[in-house]
Design a protein around this ligand. Structure first.
Ligand code: MD3
Ligand code: FE
Length: 206
């Protein structure tokens, strides 16, 4: 379903086996060095989600090859299979792949009570679509508009296995996750909480 121009939601895109495999990979990526960490914003606030990056390390507000705001370790490499997954996801949503290769994965873990305020993802130097994959608990995803952090917005329920692609006019829209729904993960997945994986094109040199 197209929620807004360029914002395409594909519920249940990943089957149970693909979800289990991706979760196992996320657990491996979460281990130190350069593992799961809490991000501190320049104003001193700490994000309630914990995150790990592959390919390029996101910090507020830029990308680096090492965990500049954490253990200082080199960021883990971007796995080629995630590039293939991003390409398939964009093709599923838009009918054709993206010309640029994907080189960033950002994995966000939402424990009970975690949320993400309204923000825009503007640190990439590419207009390529952002690919979002959800695992575990469902959440309320809030999609706003490019010009303002405030209403009008659209709330969409994201569930385990859902794909969302944000490109074109939606690429710089405000968005956030006001709440998750604890206890709604598929029991067979074996995840307490929610994981979101976003795949991105950095636009940065190799
Ligand atoms: C719309 N993550 O990592 S995914 C983020 O569920 C982020 O963890 C949320 O926002 C999460 O930056 C929402 C959906 C999403 C991701 C990136 C976008 C929506 C987007 C980039 C541009 C527009
Ligand atoms: Fe975002």
């Amino acid at each position: 379903a197209e929620i807004a121009p360029g914002a395409v939601h594909v519920p249940g895109w990943l089957g149970p086996d693909e979800q289990r495999r991706l979760l196992a990979d996320c657990r491996a990526w979460a281990r130190p060095p350069a593992g799961l960490r809490t991000v501190t914003m320049p104003n001193g606030g700490r994000m309630s989600v914990r995150s790990v990056c592959l390919g390029w390390h996101w910090y507020p507000y830029g990308y680096a090859r090492t965990v500049v705001d954490g253990d200082g370790a080199p960021v883990k490499p971007f796995p080629a299979p995630l590039g293939d997954l991003a390409r398939r996801a964009v093709t599923e949503a838009y009918g054709e792949p993206c010309a640029e290769p994907y080189d960033i994965a950002l994995v966000n873990f939402y424990g009970e009570g975690a949320a993400m305020g309204m923000h825009r993802d503007a640190d990439e130097r590419s207009a390529a679509p952002v690919v979002s994959l959800s695992l575990g608990d469902a959440c309320v995803f809030r999609f706003g508009n490019p010009g303002t952090r405030t209403r009008p917005w659209t709330d969409v329920e994201l569930r385990s296995g859902d794909l969302f692609v944000f490109g074109g006019p939606s690429r710089l829209a405000y968005h956030g996750v006001p709440r998750t729904r604890p206890g709604t993960a598929p029991p067979a997945l074996g995840l307490t909480g929610r994981l979101n994986i976003t795949l991105r094109v950095s636009g940065l040199p190799g």
